[in-house]
Design a protein around this ligand. Structure first.
Ligand code: HEM
Length: 116
């Protein structure tokens, strides 16, 4: 069970890497929202929700922390959805919206690692 949980953590981190990596590429480039970001978010979300259940561990989970991470993820998802739609319509995405996606993704990784 423990090894399976570690494998799901690996998938979770891969989703984070895809989301944040795709965002960094755009941050130094065209500042557009790409499908890769949405894919990374979906992968991180599915694996994260699987990890939010207490299996394969002998310590209690911090549900306040997980709740905060879930809220931040939902905001990232909403921003990606709104941004993708606006970009399709107008050809560009508002800078504030673009930067917020990266900042909130980094914030969630910070919460994951620093909040014990
Ligand atoms: C964009 C959104 C997210 C990012 C960037 C992110 C990032 C991370 C990172 C970097 C870790 C590894 C930290 C460590 O093990 O020290 C982690 C672990 C974890 N994440 Fe997330 N996460 C996100 C969303 C979520 C969501 C929505 C949930 C569930 C509600 C979640 C649940 C967990 C759990 C339970 C762990 C610990 C795994 C374990 O050690 O068993 N994450 N996350």
């Amino acid at each position: 069970m423990e090894i399976l949980r570690h494998a799901v953590v690996l998938v979770h981190l891969t989703g984070f890497a895809i989301l944040f990596g795709a965002w960094v590429v755009e941050a130094v480039g065209q500042r557009r929202i790409t499908r890769l970001m949405t894919w990374g978010m979906v992968i991180a979300a599915v694996a994260g929700l699987a990890l939010a259940a207490p299996w394969g561990i002998e310590y209690p989970l911090n549900y306040v922390k997980l709740g905060v991470k879930l809220v931040v993820l939902l905001i990232i998802g909403a921003l990606l959805g709104i941004g993708t739609a606006r970009q399709r319509r107008t050809g560009a995405v508002a800078p504030a919206l673009f930067w917020l996606i990266g900042i909130l993704t980094f914030l969630n990784a910070g919460i994951a690692v620093l909040w014990r």
